[in-house]
Design a protein around this ligand. Structure first.
Ligand SMILES: *[C@@H]1O[C@H](CO)[C@@H](O)[C@H](O)[C@H]1NC(C)=O
Ligand SMILES: *[C@@H]1O[C@H](CO)[C@@H](O)[C@H](O)[C@H]1NC(C)=O
Ligand SMILES: *[C@@H]1O[C@H](CO)[C@@H](O)[C@H](O)[C@H]1NC(C)=O
Ligand SMILES: *[C@@H]1O[C@H](CO)[C@@H](O)[C@H](O)[C@H]1NC(C)=O
Ligand SMILES: *[C@@H]1O[C@H](CO)[C@@H](O)[C@H](O)[C@H]1NC(C)=O
Length: 621
């Protein structure tokens, strides 16, 4: 009689134990990887259905974005006095000399004038008010590569035939009659050049603030001194110290605020294996998705970028100064103090960057999928650190085979060579109700590297240490890429030069970057494009929201389903981005931006800068 009783207690304990194990294991979300057959039954109650009852976080983010754009439109000005008024209100001083000409140019070219659109100019130039005008002029005059304007004619100084110099000087040439005399020092490298310690910039910005004020119109002069004296006696070229050593992380974090997470964190030294992103939603996200684009892009706030973005693992070249000198270029990091102008690629009509006149077919005729092609740039990838390069990571994470292998990795569920998958519980997805990530990706992505760019090079597109993980794919012309609905845009050695073309296409750009560009203060995430975290952990959630299971997916019983897609929302952002780019990112808008920038720069270079300005609107009549 005792036997069976004992047995049954044991039996019950045994069952309880198994049950507990099951609860723990399924609670971690990893069970899915080892038991793909049971994933559907586990995934449904845990992951998807309860979530469907409430609004998807992306619905909320799109709704918030609509609001921002209405605020902008309400602020637009359509005559000179209101534009000048908006300027004074936002900048705290009189507009620069020439503002009336500038405004006429903007009006003649049908521009939407919203003072906020020029915020980047003030972000870039404000610190220069803390430096003597004479110093700025001298640096501008002597820089190795420069475009100079004197009395409506232009000269170019360069060491060799530089395509970007040619394009930028072509841009300047179109505005010659409108520009003040000015020297424009140009960065001809991919990488940005100036990183001044945060404390110095803080001091300079305080100086700028203390110099703000609205002089009585009678005390304001519109007459720039000009550069005659400097041209007559240029003096010796100023000494500039260039730091060319790496790690670049240690050079750049000096530009971060003292209390920011990256400031005191030294460069990583171990680049083996996938980047150790922490599990769960990216910090600062809204339920996993980017809600503050400025902060999502900022390496000062995302210390893990030191070991997950090629710029910080090992840039191809780097040459940085700690002094605040003027250097104009197409992109920069948030901690850089370069002065932004529209990138040469955006002014050029090179079809490599734009796809020419073709912007894509109607939305409904496009392939329901994701396309990306590019070289494995992003820095100098080597055998012992390639796993930390962002382009390589993105391509692997979009590769169905690589993802399926990671899901079934016996050495660590979800672990690939250069990425670690999140638990399925992190993002609530529709697609994973029916299928594993790998199979789903195979159906919806066409992503690959066209050149592995390894170091040391092999003389061809292949690369011994990355060949097992990547197939060298053939290039796809931009206009063919527009035949797909989704166009991710990923940084290269610096920013990706295709972004404007993607915005102008009829497809949907999905953008991750750490770089800033001239147009940043005129584009709204979730309204004009889809923002993505630099870890790319949100990419599956983003694609799942827009594509759901994808088109024509067959479930076991043979039914064809498309579950969970938000195609209308994707189309809405794609079209809004295109319309907006056609309205505020036209070549005319680039001219208007550069003209304003150079009028401000000419004032900052003038000894009389504190009294120079435009105030005629206040005295007229
Ligand atoms: C837009 O946002 C502002 C500030 O967050 C809020 O006060 C306002 O009610 C919003 N408007 C709409 C239409 O949602
Ligand atoms: C500037 O150009 C105008 C005509 O283009 C000429 O009349 C004037 O003398 C020039 N000024 C200087 C300082 O060279
Ligand atoms: C976004 O983040 C930046 C940088 O942290 C911060 O200054 C800004 O206030 C944030 N914007 C919003 C709307 O929260
Ligand atoms: C990447 O690997 C190479 C080769 O070992 C090394 O020289 C380079 O410094 C690495 N990058 C960093 C930032 O350590
Ligand atoms: C996808 O991953 C597999 C396995 O790592 C690899 O063999 C294949 O070449 C990759 N495909 C592409 C397009 O890179």
């Amino acid at each position: 009689m005792r036997g069976p009783r004992v047995f049954s207690v044991r039996f019950v304990l045994h069952i309880l134990f198994l049950f507990a194990v099951l609860v723990i294991v399924s609670g971690t979300g990893w069970l899915w990887y080892t038991a793909p057959k049971r994933q559907a039954s586990l995934a449904v109650p845990h992951d998807y259905r309860p979530q469907a009852a409430r609004a998807h976080p992306i619905d909320q983010l799109m709704k918030n974005a609509d609001n921002v754009s209405q605020t902008w439109l309400a602020k637009s000005t359509n005559n000179l006095p209101t534009a000048a008024e908006a300027y004074r209100k936002r900048r705290g001083r009189h507009p620069p000399p020439g503002f009336d000409r500038w405004h006429k140019f903007a009006q003649d070219h049908g521009a939407l004038v919203v003072e906020d659109f020029f915020d980047q100019i003030y972000h870039d130039l404000s610190p220069f008010w803390g430096v003597e005008a004479k110093e700025i002029r001298r640096h501008a005059k002597h820089f190795q590569h420069a475009i100079s304007v004197r009395n409506g004619t232009m000269t170019i100084k360069t060491d060799a035939d530089r395509p970007w110099m040619n394009i930028w000087s072509n841009m300047a040439e179109t505005m010659l009659g409108w520009l003040p005399d000015v020297d424009i020092p140009i960065n001809v490298m991919d990488e940005s050049r100036v990183i001044v310690p945060w404390e110095d910039i803080d001091r300079y910005i305080k100086a700028e603030r203390s110099l703000r004020g609205l002089l009585p119109p009678s005390k304001v002069s519109a007459q720039l001194t000009g550069l005659g004296e400097l041209d007559g006696d240029p003096g010796e070229p100023p000494q500039i110290d260039w730091i060319t050593t790496t790690p670049y992380w240690d050079i750049s974090r000096v530009g971060c605020a003292p209390n920011s997470p990256s400031r005191e964190l030294p460069a990583a030294t171990d680049f083996s294996g996938p980047p150790p992103f922490r599990a769960g939603h990216p910090p600062g996200s809204f339920e996993g998705y980017v809600q503050n684009w400025t902060s999502a892009k900022d390496p000062c706030l995302h210390p893990d970028l030191r070991e997950s973005h090629g710029t910080f693992v090992e840039p191809v070249s780097q040459s940085t100064t700690r002094s605040l000198i003027p250097i104009f270029g197409g992109s920069k990091l948030p901690m850089n103090n370069d002065i932004l102008i529209p990138p040469a690629m955006y002014w050029s009509d090179d079809i490599m960057y734009s796809g020419g006149e073709h912007h894509g077919d109607e939305w409904d005729k496009k392939t329901v999928g994701v396309i990306w092609r590019g070289a494995g740039t992003g820095g100098r990838n080597r055998e012992n650190n390639w796993t930390r390069f962002h382009r390589h990571r993105f391509v692997s994470m979009m590769n169905g085979t690589a993802v399926r292998l990671a899901e079934g990795n016996p050495e660590g569920a979800g672990q690939g060579a250069n990425f670690i998958l999140q638990s399925y519980k992190t993002y609530h997805m529709a697609a994973t109700q029916y299928t594993d990530l790998g199979t789903w990706l195979e159906r919806i992505t066409d992503v690959g590297l066209v050149h592995l760019e390894c170091f040391p090079g092999t003389g061809n597109a292949n690369c011994p240490y990355t060949d097992p993980f990547f197939e060298v794919k053939s290039n796809v012309e931009m206009k063919k890429q527009y035949g797909f609905k989704y166009l991710p845009d990923i940084d290269g050695n610096s920013f990706s030069g295709r972004y404007l073309a993607f915005l102008l296409s009829t497809s949907l750009p999905i953008k991750a970057t750490i770089y800033s560009e001239w147009h940043d203060s005129r584009l709204i995430p979730w309204l004009h494009f889809v923002p993505m975290d630099n870890s790319f952990v949100d990419v599956y959630g983003i694609l799942d929201y827009f594509l759901g299971t994808g088109v024509g997916f067959k479930v076991k019983g043979g039914d064809v389903v498309t579950e969970g897609a938000h195609d209308e929302q994707a189309k809405k952002i794609a079209m809004a981005g295109k319309e907006w780019a056609e309205r505020v990112l036209r070549k005319e808008d680039m001219q208007i931006y550069v003209m304003r920038l150079l009028m401000e720069f000419a004032r900052i270079c003038d000894d009389k800068r504190e009294t120079l300005g435009y105030a005629d609107d206040l005295t007229a009549g």
